[in-house]
Design a binder for this molecule. Structure first.
Ligand code: GDP
Ligand code: MG
Length: 472
């Protein structure tokens, strides 16, 4: 199957040559590069680079690690890639990565030297817009927590959003998909939160509205469609009323999201659904980076040119986002996803978004299907373990009783599936119940054949040994 193929996938070894031509120290040549995993055809259809996506998410080092996916969206030329490159600098300084397992390269002073040029996702002053899409950083960062939990951290940049040349359909798809796959979505905004930007979240909240209704009907409460959303306010000016950082950001956000009676109905709804569809909503007020950063065409991103305020807040932000104790894995229906599971979800999301205008309902159904598929996989594994245990003793009894063991174990497992807290309607549940049942049967047919043959061979070997013993 697709998955098995991917499991044997090799680590991507090629390095970007661009690094040779720009001023990057030799020691940093294991630096990754941006990889567009999702783009668009001329007629606005989604194209997905599954090869690269597999290399990222099914890499043997990461596939069983909890996935932390931090993504950024927002208008073009508002410093998204710029700040992501500083995130990268922090991540490279603090964590090992799939391309750089050497612990010795870790660095306490993550910002590096004042004159180090900034590299990473391409950011340019006054540059042409690139094609729109979702871009992963090729290096995945790894963290082994003290409690044994293992994380894989992915950085995701988006391109093209809100610029006049990107069609609305593309914007909506990027926005929706980006939000669905990220554990934290950073909404990068300039100056203040504006109505039209809030309404951009409508797509996301539509989906949530559907999920919420469905869950209510099933009596399931407290499961939110999306995870964390961070409004990152750039060039924040109103420090008199709200100071930089997270705390005052929260106060500001509560002000903006407040529902007032005299607001038009639509605006009230947007506010209501933002609060009810994201698990947590944050806001961080970021200072202006300083005139040298925005005016000098030759500026190379070094931090010595940044305003002190910007540098300080950048430091606070990055520690809050990526500090080891702050890492939050991507969750769907309250389950923290491994990279491998996230890959499966992404596959089904992409399929749905490949449709012209994906129905909110079909996105939800795809999510539920992936979730149920995951349950089927884990219950099948449980069956396999139990039945294998049954013949581990290799006694004649256990072989003779194999069929009855199969019946009992299967019944128990199917019962567990029925009992399990899971999403979806009765039809979906029924469908995956049948899939589980037939997968168990399929497995057992082969298993029994082998077990019986093995046992026959074993009995013969024992008999022969007895005979030999008798002869000598
Ligand atoms: P993106 O299109 O949103 O990814 O923007 P880029 O990261 O490519 O940055 C575009 C320009 O914005 C660059 O010239 C940066 O120097 C500049 N820039 C970076 N951070 C900020 C900021 O916080 N405020 C302002 N006004 N400009 C910034
Ligand atoms: Mg950019």
């Amino acid at each position: 199957s697709d998955e098995e193929e991917a499991n044997t996938e090799e680590i991507p070894t090629e390095r970007t040559n661009v690094l040779e031509t720009i001023n990057v120290p030799k020691s940093q040549h294991t630096f990754g590069k941006p990889i567009t995993v999702l783009g668009f055809t001329d007629d606005f259809n989604i194209t997905v680079d599954y090869d690269n996506l597999r290399k990222l998410l099914l890499h043997p080092e990461v596939q069983n690690r909890k996935a932390v996916t931090v993504s950024i969206i927002g208008a073009f030329r508002k410093g998204k890639s710029f700040i992501m490159d500083y995130f990268l600098r922090f991540l490279y300084a603090k964590y090992k990565s799939i391309n750089n397992m050497n612990e010795k390269n870790r660095n306490a002073n993550w910002m590096g030297k004042p004159s180090d040029p900034l590299t990473g996702f391409s950011w340019k002053s006054g540059s042409e817009r690139h094609t729109s899409g979702i871009v992963f950083w090729s290096d995945v960062f790894l963290y082994d927590a003290l409690n044994g939990e293992k994380y894989a951290i992915y950085l995701i940049d988006t391109q093209g959003l809100f610029d006049t040349r990107t069609p609305l359909q593309e914007n909506i798809k990027i926005f929706g998909l980006g939000t669905l796959i990220s554990s934290l979505q950073i909404f990068n905004l300039n100056d203040v939160i504006q109505e039209d930007q809030l309404q951009y979240l409508q797509m996301a909240t539509d989906y949530a509205r559907f999920a919420v209704t469905e869950n209510k009907a099933k009596g399931i409460k407290g499961i939110k469609a999306f995870q964390n959303l961070l409004f990152l306010m750039r060039d924040w000016k109103n420090v008199e009323e709200f100071n930089y950082g997270l705390e005052d950001g929260h106060r500001y956000l509560m002000d903006v999201l407040q529902i007032e009676d005299d607001q038009p109905q639509a605006l009230q709804e947007v506010r209501m659904y933002i609060q009810s569809s994201f698990e947590k909503v944050y806001c961080f007020l970021m200072p202006h980076p300083g005139l040298k950063v925005i005016n000098n065409k030759k500026y190379d991103g070094r931090f010595s040119e940044m305003s002190v305020d910007f540098r300080n807040e950048l430091s606070n932000l990055v520690k809050w986002l990526f500090g080891p104790t702050n890492l939050k894995a991507k969750k769907v229906f309250n389950e923290e996803l491994t990279s491998k599971k996230l890959f499966q979800y992404m596959q089904s999301y992409f399929e749905v978004f490949q449709m012209d205008a994906p129905e909110v309902e079909s996105i939800y159904i795809a999510t539920v299907s992936s979730h149920l598929k995951g349950l089927v996989d884990s219950y099948l594994t449980e069956f396999q373990n139990e039945i294998s245990h049954q013949v581990a003793l290799n006694s004649s009894d256990s072989i003779a009783n194999l069929d009855s063991a199969y019946t009992t174990i299967k019944e128990t497992i199917l019962g567990k599936f029925k009992e399990a807290k899971k999403m979806g309607n009765e039809q979906q549940e029924e469908k995956f119940f049948k899939i589980l049942s037939s997968k168990i049967d399929e497995f057992y047919k082969d298993f029994k054949k082998h077990a019986v043959n093995n046992h026959k061979a074993y009995v013969e070997t024992v008999a022969r040994a007895e005979q030999e013993k008798a002869l000598f």
